[in-house]
Each structure stands twice: as C-alpha cells, then as structure tokens.
Design a protein around this ligand. Structure first.
Ligand code: GDP
Length: 460
C-alpha cells in the first residue's frame, strides 16, 4: 500500500530556540533529500541525524539538523523525517512551503497518530492517551495518561476478552453440532468468567470518578453569606497555588474558571467571576444561584464568619445545598480577629444541618492561618476517590464503552441463566466481545475514528 507523505510543524507555533517539522510516508526521505544540501539522505541509515541546509531552489532557507527514521521502526511505522530548524515561525512556514512544493502534503489533525493506529503500531486507547498526555496540565493526569499509553486498559481487557473468545468458539462449535444436543462450553465456568469480567468492568467504571478528577480537575464552589470572606479566601488560594492555564486545543472549557494546583491535582474554582469583582453594593446571593453553583461542584467550601452570633441563615442555606455526593467543608473564617474558644461551633453546624459528615475547620484567609489544612482536605478528597485499580479510566468514550460492555456481559449472563437457545447465547456473546473490542479499536467505525483524531492538534 502506498502512503502519501504528510508534513506538519510538530512543535508549538511560536518563537523558540528550535522548531521541528515532521514528515511521514513512503517518500518522506526522498522529498527532504530533494531540498537538502549536505549529503544524500537516501543513503542514510535509520535513526541517524544529519547536518545541512534546506534549499528553496538556489536560496538557502535555514541551517538544519535532519533525523531519518526508516520504516518500520518509527512512530507511524512509515518512513519518517524530522527537521530541526531555528525556531522562528516564519522559517517553519518557509520550510513547509518548500516541502509542499516538492510533493508532501499538509497533515490533518491527528494524522500521524491515526497512521500509527491504522498501521497497527498502537491501539485506539493508546492513541487517545497520547492526546491526553499532550494535554496534561498536572502531575496526576500525566501519570495516568502515561500508564495508559503503555497499554494499561487494553491489556486488562484483552486478557478477559481472549477468555471470552474461547467460549464463543466452543458455543459456535455447539451450533455446528446442533442436532446432537451436546454442550462443549461448560456453563458454570462461563458464568464464573462472566462474573470475573463484570467485577473488572465495575472496578474500571468506578475508577472514572478519580480519572475524571485527575483529568478535568475537581470542581470547587466557594459560598457563604456576603462579607463572609469568600473573595479574600479565593485570592489567598490563587496567590499561592494559581495554575498556569494553557490554551491547548481540545481542552478549552465552557466557562472561564480559576484553576489551582495542589500536590499535583487541579482544582477548578467554579464561577468565581463575581467573587473577583469588588463591588460596593453587596448583592445578596440567593439560594437559587447558590444552588446552581453548588450543583456543578464536587466540593463546596462554605464560609462562615467565626464571630457570627446567628448561624440560622447559614444552616438554612446549607440544608438546601448539601447532597450526598458533594464534599462539604465548613470554614469558620477570620480567626485572626476572633480567637475561637468554643469548638462547639463545629458540633452546632453538624447538628443543625443534620449532617455528621461535614468537614469543619477554622481559617484566616487574611493572615494565612490554617490554609494548609484546607488544602489537605482538598487533597484528601481526591485521594479518597482512588480505587485499587492500577488502570484509571479518564476518557468519556472508554467509560461509555465499559458501561455498554457491562450491560452486554450481563445480558450474556441472563441468557445463560435462562437456558436460552445456543444461537441466542452466541449472539449475546458476540455482542459483548464487540463492545469490549471498542475500547482498543478492534471494532470501530470511521465516524468514531474521525471524531477521536479530529480532536488532536495538527502535527500530532
Ligand atoms: P465576600 O463578600 O464573602 O467575598 O467577603 P470578602 O472577602 O470581600 O471579605 C469581607 C470583609 O472581611 C473584607 O473587609 C475582608 O478584608 C474581611 N476578611 C475576609 N477574610 C478575613 C480574615 O480571614 N480575617 C479578617 N480579619 N478579615 C477578613
């Protein structure tokens, strides 16, 4: 099969010490050789680097280093070349123009990775983890993506899938001997295997909560009565832990949120625009608005001025906001001004809201007191989401495929229990196999592929 040669800028589009242009395809070396002055690259061995110049007819465009990688031991399994040039976007553009003139074409978004997948070098979940790795904004998401790139989820699932495949063969054999009423596939062993698969799928599905927190950050809402100290706390947290929010394609979010990183995890402080403006006129934030905000949150930090004589309004508000899956931290603030002597405040708030699970602490945002404790509570929240699984699901598509697989496996189990016809059982089994295969891309369609790879940047 002939693969046309694609090229693209592989480094970020901006000024840098160096930039890299990458080519992949049958003629990758030939095309670069036409515009390279230095040596004959067609004679170069694989995985070698060469010094020379890129020429546009008689004109020298730049002094470069060219790396030659010959098929099949390359990322795409095709002939590949990387040109390192002096990192000016203008030079990069000029070199790309020269390559296009000489027979290469611009790569589409994700096309290098798509070729790696199409040529069997990586499976689909690995391709997706490359996109995740490129987009990783914190330590935890980097680790999880890297683990998946090593084939984490696919390995776990392919073992189970192979076991199931054995049963499918046996069941299909039974179909061949339908007249004779024989059972080659031990139904008890099949049920045991189905249970094992269900357990694994459930565990992987469960890991998504942590995976999602790692990949997208934990959504945190800061609420409390006017003047409780919300914006002061926000600013104190931002001052210490504010993240550099990058603007990578595919990671743009619906709303602008402040992001802080604590111990390798990201926390998104949601809907903080109002908090950051200092207005003289203090608008009382209504229950509806507060609820809207806390509904979007995984964690609620609720502030109460420690000097408050009457906390009935806070209690009423909290009763509206509390949910089972909302981690709630009550911060009694301004302890620099009012030394707290009675810890009965903690007991009061738990008793009055009828919620023993509230986390409570005292802080001063102004004097930076106990903010580390608050950060520890946030970190613990993420740590508690961790499951025993080595592999963590971070990808919505995988999550959905796992759920579909689980339903399909349950359907097989029901079919076995109902002693349904062998034909139908075989059908359900094939169905389950197909869903399990969706994750690694063994079963997939062009639409799904197009959707996945279009989210990549050009050059990836
Ligand atoms: P918000 O309306 O909840 O956002 O409250 P602000 O953050 O604007 O704070 C209201 C007032 O309380 C301001 O005058 C702050 O300086 C003050 N304040 C906030 N946090 C603290 C604190 O920890 N200690 C002290 N002493 N004052 C604070």
């Amino acid at each position: 099969m002939y693969n046309d040669t694609i090229c693209a800028l592989a480094t970020a589009n901006g000024m840098g010490a160096l930039g890299i242009i990458r080519l992949s395809g049958d003629d990758a070396v030939g095309i670069v050789n036409k515009v390279f002055e230095g040596k004959n690259l067609e004679k170069a061995k694989s995985h070698t680097v060469h010094y020379g110049f890129i020429k546009d007819s008689d004109e020298t465009v730049d002094e470069v280093m060219v790396s030659v990688f010959l098929a099949p031991k390359t990322f795409t399994t095709e002939n590949s070349v990387e040109i390192s040039f002096h990192g000016s976007p203008y030079i990069g553009k000029k070199i790309l123009e020269v390559l296009l003139k000489n027979g290469a074409r611009m790569a589409k978004a994700g096309e290098f990775t798509m070729r790696a997948f199409m040529n069997g070098r990586i499976d689909l979940s690995q391709a997706e983890s490359i996109a995740d790795l490129i987009a990783s904004e914190n330590e935890a998401s980097r680790k999880v993506a890297l683990n998946q790139l090593k084939g984490g989820i696919t390995n776990e699932i392919s073992v189970l899938r192979t076991d199931l495949l054995n049963f499918v063969s046996l069941i299909e054999l039974e179909l061949d001997f339908a007249e004779e009423d024989v059972e080659f596939a031990d139904r008890t062993a099949l049920t045991q295997l189905l249970h094992k698969i269900e357990d694994k799928l459930n565990a992987l599905i469960e890991s998504f909560q942590y995976g999602n927190a790692v990949k997208n950050g934990v959504a945190v809402a800061i609420l409390g009565k006017p003047n409780a100290g919300k914006s002061t706390l926000l600013n104190a947290l931002l001052k210490e832990e504010r993240a550099i929010v990058s603007d990578i394609a595919g990671t743009t979010r619906d709303t602008i949120e402040e992001v802080i990183h604590i111990k390798g995890n990201s926390f998104r402080l949601i809907d903080t625009a109002g908090l950051r403006e200092t207005t003289d006129e203090i608008e009382k934030i209504g229950v509806v608005k507060a609820k809207e905000k806390s509904d979007k949150a995984d964690v609620l930090i609720y502030l109460i001025d420690v000097a408050s004589q009457d906390i009935s309004e806070d209690v009423a508000m909290l009763k509206e906001l509390l949910r089972e899956d909302l981690e709630t931290i009550i911060c009694f603030t301004k302890i620099d001004e009012h030394l707290v002597t009675k810890h009965s405040l903690f007991e009061d708030i738990k008793r009055l809201t009828g919620n023993e699970n509230l986390k409570t602490l005292t802080v001063s945002a102004k004097k930076n007191l106990n903010l580390d404790e608050l950060k520890n509570l946030l970190t613990h929240f993420v740590d508690n989401l961790k499951t025993d699984e080595n592999v963590v699901i971070t990808n919505q598509r995988h999550y959905e495929a796992l759920q579909k697989s689980l339903n399909a496996v349950k359907a097989v189990e029901e079919a076995v229990n109902a002693k349904i016809t062998t034909e139908l059982l075989a059908y359900e089994l094939r169905n389950a196999l197909e869903y399990l295969g969706e994750i690694s891309g063994e079963f997939t369609n062009d639409e799904v592929l197009g959707n996945i790879f279009s989210k990549f940047c050009i050059g990836k």
